[in-house]
Design a protein around this ligand. Structure first.
Ligand SMILES: NC(=O)C1=CN([C@@H]2O[C@H](COP(=O)(O)OP(=O)(O)OC[C@H]3O[C@@H](n4cnc5c(N)ncnc54)[C@H](OP(=O)(O)O)[C@@H]3O)[C@@H](O)[C@H]2O)C=CC1
Ligand SMILES: O=C1O[C@H](COP(=O)(O)O)[C@@H](O)[C@H](O)[C@H]1O
Length: 474
């Protein structure tokens, strides 16, 4: 059983965000040979909206080659190969028909349950047949399993993969498993899940994905001298990390209602963004160094105070037929995190997330303190703010107070604006999932959550009575 490999081929700089090809720290694998990618839960929302489109974009850019890769969709739904292809076709944008059909032809569908051997035996048979048909000269076989499924089925699915679908030990190569968030429901279930998965796979084989970690904040944070002296309690009044969606559950209530917005978004996506904003500079870009710093800052977070939590549910949530009529699951929450360390003491980090709100965006808003000795009386115009918009349309801008044009002495707020779409017009900015799936194929765990991180990422643990039910009932 091998999780990684040690040949060196740094990530090529596909994005204008991070031309990583010169980063000596990243010794990544570039092994070749048959690559079988299995999307479990292929009939679902994530698979059609994110997983297959990301695979398609990697294919378009030549990272996945027809001769080398095959993609298997697996789920219980009764679908044919063409049925699955039709289901995802509409989400694969920006390609010629020829390119699109080349990609779709790589996809095969296998139907089966998540807890019985039969389906996984058939899956293994399909993968093996494909591998044999490839007459693989390099002799290396790579199997990547993507769990695009509700976490409740991860243990049984992982057991099935371990029992029926591993890369045979007689073959060189690897078996890796991408596990989606949320990793359990609370500390106990996360620990239990980790323990169960830990019995089946080595840590190097497990890729706990959080696509907000694919949003590439590290360069901005640590490569700009400008920010270094400002990034602390002396200058920053508060930091807001905001996620808003302008649509509701849309038929995903079966999953969402069991988890709620805190477990769906705040505990994972926003907490990971918080780590990147608040952590100290890692020793290097090596995955372990980055993840060590994230763990440290999480350990410095104080217990959350009840009076600093707001939750709510949007009107109409229970109209979704997949949501129980008596649901009290929050679809909106805001939580204040306070970090007890030298850099951040006294600076609130306000994490807000909500579905069915007025707009769709995810952003980090760093609000600076007022300039002391305000001789221009410009306080009323607002503070300096540095805003990083993660989506849509990645951008960053700095809100500054400037002299209003004209002969009068008046000030106003304006922006120094860097929109990626405008600045890099000819560059295709990759989706977070593209980058993360490619990282997995290359064996780079830098942007994935480590097992011990999960333990300190647990919001209910940071505040023991932060269970959703208890707050809703109060
Ligand atoms: N949707 C999104 O935008 C994102 C989702 N995620 C994560 O991805 C995972 C999957 O989410 P999503 O695709 O939205 O979920 P879905 O509700 O669409 O579920 C995916 C598939 O899993 C199967 N399934 C659904 N419910 C159950 C169940 N109770 N027991 C067994 N199988 C079930 C269904 O396939 P079948 O019945 O055919 O077997 C379904 O098509 C979640 O962990 C979520 O947090 C992460 C980022 C974004
Ligand atoms: O993990 C999830 O993320 C999506 C939002 O992803 P984004 O990249 O569009 O911000 C959210 O809709 C979903 O509820 C959640 O499970």
């Amino acid at each position: 059983m091998s999780g990684g490999s040690s040949q060196s081929s740094p990530l090529s700089g596909q994005s204008s965000f991070s031309p990583l090809s010169s980063f000596k720290d990243l010794e990544l694998s570039s092994d070749s040979g048959c690559l079988s990618i299995v999307v479990l839960g292929a009939s679902g929302d994530l698979a059609k909206k994110k997983t297959f489109p990301a695979l398609f974009h990697l294919f378009q850019q030549g990272f996945l080659q027809s001769g080398e890769v095959h993609i298997f969709g697996y789920a219980r739904s009764n679908l044919s190969d063409d049925g699955l292809r039709e289901r995802i076709r509409g989400y694969l944008k920006g390609a010629s028909d020829e390119h699109l059909s080349q990609f779709l032809q790589l996809i095969k569908y296998v139907s089966g349950s998540y807890d019985s051997g039969e389906g996984f035996e058939s899956l293994n048979k399909e993968i093996s047949e494909y591998e044999t048909s490839k007459n693989n000269k390099s002799g290396s076989y790579r199997r990547l399993f993507y769990l695009a499924l509700p976490p409740s089925v991860y243990p049984s699915v992982c057991k099935m993969i371990r029992s029926y679908c591993m890369n045979p030990s007689s073959h060189a190569g690897w078996t890796r498993v991408i596990v989606e968030k949320p990793f359990g429901k609370d500390l106990d279930s996360a620990e239990e899940l980790s323990a169960e998965l830990g019995k089946l796979f080595e840590e190097e084989q497990l890729y706990r994905i959080d696509h907000y970690l694919g949003k590439e904040l590290l360069v901005l944070r640590f490569a700009n001298r400008l920010f270094l002296p400002l990034w602390n309690r002396d200058n920053i009044a508060n930091v807001q990390i905001v996620f808003k969606e302008d649509f509701g559950t849309e038929g995903r209530g079966g999953y969402f209602d069991q988890y709620g917005i805190i477990r769906d978004i705040i505990q994972n996506h926003l907490l990971q963004v918080f780590c990147l904003v608040a952590m100290e500079k890692p020793v290097s870009l090596k995955p372990e160094h980055i993840r060590d710093e994230k763990v440290k800052v999480l350990q410095s977070v104080e217990p959350i105070k009840h009076e600093e939590v707001v939750i709510g549910q949007y009107d109409g949530y229970k109209d979704d037929p997949t949501v129980p009529d008596d649901s009290n699951t929050p679809t909106y929450a805001s939580v204040v995190l306070r970090v007890h360390n030298e850099r951040w003491e006294g600076v609130p980090f306000i994490l807000k997330a909500g579905k069915a709100l007025n707009s769709r965006k995810a952003e980090i808003r760093v609000q600076f303190k007022d300039a002391p000795g305000d001789i221009f009386r410009c306080k009323k115009q607002g503070r300096n703010e540095f805003v990083i918009r993660l989506q849509p349309s990645e951008a960053m801008y700095m809100k500054l107070t400037v002299k209003k044009p004209g002969l009068e002495m008046a000030t106003e707020q304006s922006e120094l604006d860097l929109s990626y779409g405008m600045r890099y017009q000819d560059v295709k900015i990759p989706e977070a999932y593209e980058r993360l799936i490619l990282d997995t194929i290359r064996g780079d765990q830098q942007h994935f959550v480590r097992r011990d991180e999960l333990r300190v990422c647990d919001l209910p643990c940071i505040c023991p009575s932060f269970a959703m039910g208890s707050l809703v009932d109060n």
